[in-house]
Design a protein around this ligand. Structure first.
Ligand SMILES: [Zn+2]
Length: 226
């Protein structure tokens, strides 16, 4: 099994590219690093929205560092489930069960329920802020992944290509990319990082991350001096 196919003279990695009308290869999938960066930007947007609504200038309202763990896991979760299961033949497609919006809603509701039960437990081992951050960060990371995978189809008006969002209502077919082992797929993706990483999203996430750290540091220094 080859991991490439040729379109109009171009070698395209199967499952990550499509042949546009003009010929050649175009990215349709998002790589793990960009998924993580997009999730971070969405989470910062959510937290900033809350800060603006509460009119707070306190640095503890910034994205909590410990929220990065559930956020990172959520941002990769659909691929961690669907890609291996499709490769082993359990699922029909590498974008199916965990790439469905129904799964997102179900898992989000489940996590919220578990957190709510935990919050009633007076001897909970989890810090309150961590407990409160887990479901939100995970769900934002998860939703960001689906958004990233569906972006190309939604923006180009090819709604049929994003039918995985309503799986199992809409039937899916197996793609040749599902024959690739997930680890081979990732290695193939990063053979030439410049062609797969969405630099604008990753750069924006880095700038926001550094900017927030600098702002937090300067606020703390100002508070100490006062
Ligand atoms: Zn995906």
């Amino acid at each position: 099994m080859t991991d490439k196919e040729t379109h109009a003279g171009y070698d395209c990695f199967i499952g990550e590219y499509r042949q546009p009308l003009s010929g050649g290869c175009e990215r349709t999938d998002m790589d793990p690093i960009t998924h993580g960066a997009l999730a971070y930007l969405l989470y910062v947007g959510y937290v900033m929205g809350r800060v603006i609504i509460s009119k707070s200038t306190q640095t503890h309202h910034l994205p909590a560092t410990w929220a990065f763990v559930p956020l990172a896991i959520g941002s990769q979760f659909p691929d961690l489930i669907d890609k291996p299961l499709a490769y082993w033949g359990v699922l029909v497609s590498g974008r199916s069960l965990a790439h469905s919006a129904f799964s997102l809603l179900l898992i989000g509701a489940l996590l919220n329920s578990v957190t709510w039960i935990q919050s009633r437990d007076t001897v909970s081992r989890l810090p309150t802020r961590l407990r409160a951050s887990i479901p939100t960060a995970f769900v934002i990371g998860y939703a960001g992944h689906l958004l990233g995978d569906a972006a190309y189809g939604l923006l180009s008006g090819e709604f049929f290509s994003v039918r995985f969002l309503v799986y199992p209502v809409s039937a899916l077919s197996r793609s040749s990319g599902d024959e690739l082992a997930p680890w081979v797929r990732v290695i193939n993706l990063y053979r030439d990082p410049s062609t797969v990483i969405h630099v604008e999203i990753v750069a924006a996430a880095l700038i926001v991350f550094v900017g927030l750290r600098v702002w937090k540091y300067s606020r703390k220094r100002a508070d100490k001096l006062n």
